[in-house]
Design a protein around this ligand. Structure first.
Ligand code: NDP
Length: 296
């Protein structure tokens, strides 16, 4: 069996097109322009690339983009003052603080200073609690993107066995909460899990968010399972730098029913969901109905 390749790049383009349509409707019908502010502290090269891509795609869907690039030596007080200004700025509906922050800044303190309604990354403690208790929240972008692709591919997820490998606050835990919300039977595996391969072989849905290149091989996969590979790992192979996931695509695709590739799977969905979250936040802030299918 060769698995169906779930094309995250095409899916993300569809989400962005949908967001762009809704943005145009907000402008024409209500004179509202959704705005996303991205805050970057320091010169981390990967973060600079992400922030650039986010700003470009924000503008492409017709939203306003506000970029705040601050020097690495910015103090906590200065950063908190900026966040306070953005919290109170009516043109800003979403705020994203690019992580990681330089070591002298307390990321938890900074994230929890955001207005939870503008926390489009879904990392504020109030949004984490809301997601955990099944209340309306801002949902972290990467797991939201995984959920959208799973719904699209499988329809109802109810009753399926889901295994999430990884228990980080930004991917593994919120992913597990979302799958529980879809009435899956959820197992969260991690570095102390015994016989990981056997645990994974019980999964109808297998989500890998580990950060270890190609660790999940075909013998971890139940025949016909849907495999979502969140991992992004840079490796050297044949003298070239290559991007690979946490799943060994070649062997897993022999067994799975469907699988996301790396690159071109979950990655493009993350920014698309950031835009979807900004649109959702804007609709909520203005008391307008939320577009269907763009949130959990
Ligand atoms: P973290 O390093 O925060 O978490 C990794 C998790 O994997 C931990 O819970 C860890 O367990 C678990 N783990 C590590 N080694 C093993 C092992 N040998 N067996 C089982 N579990 C293991 O990573 P993130 O969640 O932040 O990211 C995971 C991956 O997803 C990375 O490759 C990252 O680059 C990628 N990523 C991709 C995004 C995208 O847009 N597509 C966005 C965010 C992340 P323990 O808790 O016990 O240490």
């Amino acid at each position: 069996m060769t698995a169906k390749r779930i094309d995250g790049k095409a899916f993300a383009a569809g989400v962005r097109a949908r967001v762009a349509e809704e943005v145009a409707r907000l402008k024409e019908g209500h004179g509202i322009v959704p705005g996303l502010a991205v805050v970057l502290v320091g010169e981390d090269p990967a973060s600079q690339v992400y922030v650039g891509a986010k700003g470009k795609q924000t503008v492409e869907v017709g939203m306003a983009s506000f970029e705040h690039r601050l020097p690495a030596e910015t103090s906590e007080a200065e950063l908190l003052a900026l966040i306070d200004r953005l919290n109170h700025d009516p043109a800003v509906h979403g705020i994203l603080v690019q992580l990681p922050l330089p070591a002298h800044l307390n990321a938890d303190l900074v994230i929890n200073a955001l207005d939870p309604a503008k926390d489009v990354d879904g990392f504020h403690i109030s949004n984490v609690g809301r997601l955990g208790t099944g209340q309306k929240s801002m949902v972290p972008c990467t797991p939201l993107g995984c959920l959208m692709m799973l719904r699209d591919h499988l329809g109802s997820l109810s009753g399926l066995n889901a295994v999430v490998v990884g228990r980080s606050n930004i991917v593994g835990k919120p992913m597990a909460q979302l799958l529980l919300g879809e009435s899956c039977t959820v197992t969260v595996a991690h570095s102390r899990t015994r016989d990981l391969a056997a645990v994974c072989r019980g999964a109808d849905i297998l989500v890998a968010a580990v950060g270890r290149p190609e660790m999940i091989t075909g013998d971890f996969v139940k025949p016909g399972a849907t495999v979502i590979d969140v991992g992004i790992n840079r490796i050297e192979r044949d003298g070239k730098t290559k991007l690979v996931g946490d799943v060994d695509y070649a062997s897993a695709a022999e067994v799975a029913g469907a699988i996301t590739p790396v690159p071109g799977g979950v990655g493009p969905m993350t920014i698309a969901c950031l835009l979807a979250n900004t649109l959702t936040a804007c609709c909520r802030a203005n008391g307008l109905p939320e577009p269907q299918g763009l949130t959990a």
